[in-house]
Design a protein. Structure first.
Ligand code: NI
Length: 175
């Protein structure tokens, strides 16, 4: 069990395109287990490997209700193969502190991915589940949900975040 540090915007690793997984080995199993621990601890409904500084196409998701048993979904090298409809809803991200905003996403998607043994499969997702998958796949492409907001909203957030980091630096200097 390992809870890892979640990188926050503007960490450059969050902007890198993640590499495809080619080795389905013990190392991958350990990565997934650490990612799940980190996601549940946060707590969050999804986590992509670049968020813990591993630039690989690995995503963990669990959208099961809090009072029900965990249902971990692991997606390796995930790809959206079809998309349709529109949905707009509030989104946040463990790497984007202190911000939630309405984001436009596809309503229904078909996804191709592999499991941790390297067996690939396809499935359909809609609504909230489809939203989380699109958000996490964005992470694998170096995209954050703030990139999907208006230029003004994004600029405001960048400014706020810059101030916050300066403040943190100052506070650390005082100690
Ligand atoms: Ni996120």
């Amino acid at each position: 069990m390992a809870i890892l540090e979640i990188l926050k915007y503007p960490s450059p690793v969050l902007r890198k395109k993640a590499e495809k997984v080619t080795e389905f080995d013990e190392k991958l199993r350990r990565l997934i287990s650490d990612m799940a621990d980190t996601m549940y601890d946060a707590p969050g409904v999804g986590l992509a490997a670049p968020q813990i500084a591993v630039s690989q196409q690995v995503v963990v998701i669990d959208i099961s209700p809090k009072d029900e048993e965990n249902e971990l979904i692991v997606l390796i090298n995930p790809e959206i193969i079809t998309e349709e409809g529109r949905q707009v809803d509030e989104e946040g991200c463990l790497s984007v502190v202190d911000l939630t905003a309405k984001v436009k996403r596809f309503a229904r998607i078909k996804v191709k991915a592999c499991d941790l043994e390297g067996n690939c499969f396809e499935f359909e997702a809609e609504e909230w589940f489809a939203r989380v998958i699109q958000h996490e796949i964005d992470h694998l492409n170096g995209i954050l949900f703030i990139d999907r907001l208006s230029t003004l909203k994004r600029a405001l957030y960048k400014k706020k975040r810059k101030k916050q980091l300066q403040q943190e630096k100052q506070d650390a200097g005082k100690k």
